[in-house]
Ligand binder design. Structure first.
Ligand SMILES: Cc1ncc(COP(=O)(O)O)c(C=O)c1O
Length: 395
């Protein structure tokens, strides 16, 4: 007997998912002509060297499918940088895959490693995409919260989340939205659990170059016994201010590399070819580029912290990435975080993201909103002026 499909039936896998709140806030920002501090994309230009390289690639005719795993010269230069920056050895032929952003790399990694009913440990507040990755794989997400004010990773709590069913953990450091950079002790704690429970660590290191106060990024794959059980994911969008190019990469030994390549192959065929050629120029930028990047982001962070203080929004300075989760209790608004975010966007003209949208455990993030400061200083000045007008009105 064939089973009948009801008209309009859709996949149960998608049941727990809703549209990305961040992208919804961007739409609301456009509608209300608000300054968009909700979505994490820069409003300043990408380095001229890479824009020129993109023009050249188009003119030179790199407009057809690339090799599925990525343009060879790009994989070579990713491999060189992983060695130079972190001492990690990845064979560009076998271990590196260029993807359509970190988003696709995470989905491909989880779909390539988790089976139906397996558990995937996800640290929250989370990038919304991680929950989608678990859902697409028909896996069960198990959430472990980082809680304000310090957002430390509680290793006892993490241990409780691991079980025989754990296939993977998705880790993100520097962390969006808290700005935490996990300490070596926290990373070692995660690594020990991955080894004990034979789980793969999918690590989202998209903010590896946006890190403050002399801290250094510690890639999970550099920890003892972790290279062989880690899929390291990185991206170009944030470091080179090209979020719309949709370029990311996954570095992993076999068999993980083959598994994620299979998903990538049949989902996207390849990442945009001309932009992959331009990305070679991005990875060849001199060290001074990263020094300037750190200096500029440190200034933006200082501007954001000053603005928050003046606007009675409480937060500690982030250790990495370009977000702050700010507590709005002093506004005494009686509003939920969703209401407050909508109010700031539509009435004040500054778009932010409700804090609880980053949590799946109930009751968390309800006094916070997230602000992104990967923006021009003038943009942050303009946002501050609008916030201060609102603060004055409420006095
Ligand atoms: C932690 C994290 N991972 C992934 C992404 C998305 O990366 P991509 O644009 O490369 O897909 C973002 C974007 O904000 C992010 O903050």
């Amino acid at each position: 007997m064939t089973t009948m499909q009801a008209p309009g039936q859709t996949s149960r896998r998608l049941g727990g998912l809703r549209e990305s709140v961040i992208r919804e806030m961007t739409r609301l920002a456009i509608e209300h002509e608000a300054i968009n501090l909700s979505q994490g994309y820069p409003d300043f230009s990408a380095p001229p060297e890479i824009l020129e390289a993109a023009h050249r690639a188009l003119d030179e005719g790199f407009n057809q499918y690339a090799v599925t795993w990525g343009v060879p010269a790009l994989r070579e230069v990713i491999s060189e940088n992983m060695r130079r920056w972190y001492g990690l050895e990845y064979d560009p032929m076998r271990h590196i895959t260029v993807t359509c952003g970190v988003t696709e790399a995470i989905i491909s990694a989880i779909m390539g490693t988790a089976n139906r009913g397996d558990e995937v440990v996800i640290i929250e507040p989370l990038h919304e995409n991680y929950a989608a990755a678990a859902a697409f794989a028909d896996a069960v997400p198990v959430y472990v919260p980082l809680e304000p004010p310090r957002y430390d990773l509680d290793l006892d709590r993490l241990r409780q989340a691991f079980s025989k069913k754990t296939a993977a953990i998705i880790l993100n450091t520097p962390h969006n939205p808290t700005g935490r950079v996990l300490t070596r002790a926290e990373m070692e704690g995660v690594a020990a659990l991955c080894r004990e429970f034979d789980a793969v660590c999918v690590t989202d290191e998209i903010y590896d170059h946006i890190i403050y106060d002399g801290r250094t990024h510690i890639p999970m794959a550099t920890l003892d016994g972790m290279y062989e059980r880690t899929i390291t994911v990185g991206g170009l969008g944030k470091t080179y201010a090209v979020t719309g190019w949709r370029l990311g990469y996954a570095c992993a030994p076999e068999p993980y590399s083959n598994a994620l390549r299979t998903v990538h192959d049949f989902t996207t065929i390849c990442a945009p070819t001309p932009l992959q050629h331009a990305a070679v120029a991005a990875f060849q930028l001199p060290d001074s580029y990263y020094e300037t990047l750190t200096r500029d982001f440190t200034r933006r962070r200082a501007k954001m912290m000053g603005m928050l203080e003046n606007a009675r929004l409480k937060a500690d300075p982030p250790e990495g990435a370009y977000y702050v989760l700010a507590d709005f209790s002093e506004w005494d608004s009686g509003m939920s975080d969703f209401e407050f975010a909508r109010y700031l966007t539509s009435e004040v003209g500054v778009a932010v993201v409700p804090g609880s949208s980053f949590y799946r455990s109930s009751g968390l993030g309800e006094r916070q909103v997230r602000l992104a400061f990967g923006k021009k200083l003038e943009t942050l000045d303009a946002a501050e002026a609008r916030l201060m007008t609102a603060v004055e009105k409420r006095r």
